[in-house]
Design a protein around this ligand. Structure first.
Ligand code: NAD
Length: 498
């Protein structure tokens, strides 16, 4: 089989998809176990009659070694921008050395805002404590702490910026509800930590509630992420669709895949409005690379999602049912083989051959699947909103100092006028001035809040004047944050204890 610049399959008339025009897709074979599981996956797709015109690209470790710090070059981008469909094997992210995650780069560059991960158990054929588990996690893919905007600001303190946007959240949440509607799911659950992060996670929760009200036939609920994760690990059967910000989604989707049976069994789709990427949820497993024992299932199930996406639902149905039959007949790779449950232990190639042998079969005990031959992609976009009236009402100035809070407070109070008063100083979010207590542990990073008396609007010029006075007095302002109101509502949080 040729996979480079050639068709995986010529779609002969006796096979599924016969006569179909091949769909161009970009494929990368990845690092570690990537080439083995991609070879196995393409073999099954070929045998099932997928009509694909494969463009192979090189990304990842080889490029990192050649000094391409992003791990992806313009040739690869050219292919991705041409095909807009990417089947990707896992890649190895080098440790240290300032390398950015290639996965994050691809997701963000192509605008793949939703990571969709079905997590279900295959009991009794794959060992799990949760035989009734069948849920979909829809994880935000571009925002949150994954902007990678990090700074060391003082000898003591580093920070990472957490960004949550209304349009980014809205299209994700709409996607989750539309997916729930399409797949006849009864409930969408949202996890955030908005009891602590009232502005960022608070916005995510608020948008969730707004969008949920447009889908009255679907139950909706919000849980604080800690108890939500605990319930997910304990009773995953109570969940149906879960929609979450990026970091929580990263964590809970691995928890969910692991308790379903194995991280080797789950695939995921990264969906954008223009492009989509399909991959296994696991990494490149370098310790078993080249041994021929890796489980190709995660990538194969991702490829099933890709076939549905490109309008070859009949081929997806055939591959998925053959895979379920393989699982049901006790054929297992080492990672999920279990004495007494599994029957035949196979390697990567043996597993692919077993799936190919079962094409045309349907599982007898596990539920079989039936995808519509062609499915319109779910299209979502944020609703236009009038821009609110934005008003500057003060400034938070972050100062690097080893002095005591009282000393900093007295100095800055003297510099605040004209136009401002020092409202408070916090250290790592905790108010320490005025009225701090000596027990509070402090580092060299102080957030000093200046506002006009009575919370009146301030001008940008007056802020520049304040900063000039602070600079002249030797106060090192390492960062500032404007304090704004939006239609009169404060856009900033209070200090802890304020
Ligand atoms: P990993 O998922 O590669 O491996 C975790 C464990 O699961 C290992 O014991 C591994 O042997 C096993 N495993 C994973 N996939 C398997 C499969 N298909 N069959 C059998 N066993 C399997 O996670 P890791 O070790 O933390 O990461 C290894 C490398 O992969 C790192 O460089 C990491 O950055 C990268 N990574 C890439 C992706 C991606 O490309 N999407 C995702 C996660 C990690």
């Amino acid at each position: 089989m040729s996979v480079s610049g050639a068709q995986v399959n010529e779609a002969g008339p006796d096979r599924l998809g016969g006569g179909r025009r091949p769909v161009p897709v970009t494929v990368s074979h990845g690092d570690g176990i990537g080439p083995e599981i991609m070879g196995a996956t393409l073999q099954v797709l070929d045998a099932a009659g997928a009509a694909l015109e494969v463009e192979t690209i090189r990304i990842g470790e080889a490029l990192f070694r050649e000094g391409v710090s992003s791990g992806i070059d313009s040739t690869a981008w050219g292919s991705l921008r041409r095909t807009h469909v990417f089947l990707k094997a896992p890649i190895t992210t080098p440790q240290g050395g300032g390398y950015k995650s290639l996965n994050v780069t691809v997701r963000k560059t192509l605008g793949l805002f939703a990571n969709v991960r079905p997590c279900l158990s295959y009991a009794p054929f794959v060992s799990t404590r949760h035989p009734g588990m069948d849920l979909i996690i829809v994880r935000e893919n571009e925002e949150d702490l994954y902007g990678g905007i990090e700074h060391r600001q003082t000898p003591d303190v580093t920070q990472c910026l957490k960004l949550i946007s209304r349009p980014g959240t809205e299209r994700l949440v709409r996607y989750a509800f539309e997916a729930a509607r399409r797949h006849n799911r009864r409930k969408v659950s949202c996890f955030t930590k908005d009891n602590i992060m009232k502005k960022t996670d608070g916005l995510f929760h608020q948008v969730f509630d707004e969008v949920a009200s447009e889908y009255p036939e679907i139950e909706s609920e919000h849980l604080i992420v800690d108890i939500g994760t605990a319930r997910l690990a304990d009773t995953p059967e109570i969940f149906d669709v879960i929609v979450v910000p990026n970091l929580y989604g990263d964590i809970i989707s691995d928890v969910a895949a692991q308790i379903a049976g194995s991280v080797g069994l789950a695939g995921s789709a990264n969906i954008g409005s223009e492009a989509a990427m399909f991959e296994a949820i696991h990494g490149s497993a370098p310790s078993i690379a080249g041994l021929g024992i890796a489980n190709p299932s995660g990538l194969l199930l991702a490829a099933v999602q890709m076939l549905v996406h490109v309008g070859q639902g009949d081929v997806a149905t055939a591959v998925h049912n053959a895979w379920l039959t393989t699982i049901e007949e006790g054929v297992a790779t080492a990672d999920f083989f279990e004495q007494g449950i599994s029957r035949t232990r196979v390697g990567t190639e043996g597993f692919a051959a077993a799936v190919v042998e079962r094409l045309g079969h349907r599982p007898r005990r596990l539920s079989s699947v039936d995808y519509p031959v062609s499915t319109e992609p779910i299209q979502v976009s944020p609703r236009p909103r009038p821009r609110p009236v934005k008003q500057l009402v003060g400034i938070d100035v972050f100062v690097d100092s080893t002095a005591a809070p009282e000393e900093i407070g007295h100095q800055l109070e003297g510099l605040a006028a004209p136009g401002f008063e020092l409202v408070m100083i916090t250290n790592r979010g905790q108010k320490v001035y005025p009225d701090g207590i000596p027990e509070t542990f402090c580092v060299d990073h102080w957030r000093c809040r200046f506002q006009a008396p009575g919370g009146a609007p301030v001008s940008y010029d007056s802020v520049l004047g304040l900063l000039a006075r602070l600079g002249a007095a030797g106060a090192e302002a390492i960062k500032t944050e404007g304090l704004y109101t939006f239609d009169g509502e404060p856009g900033f949080s209070l200090g802890q204890g304020q």
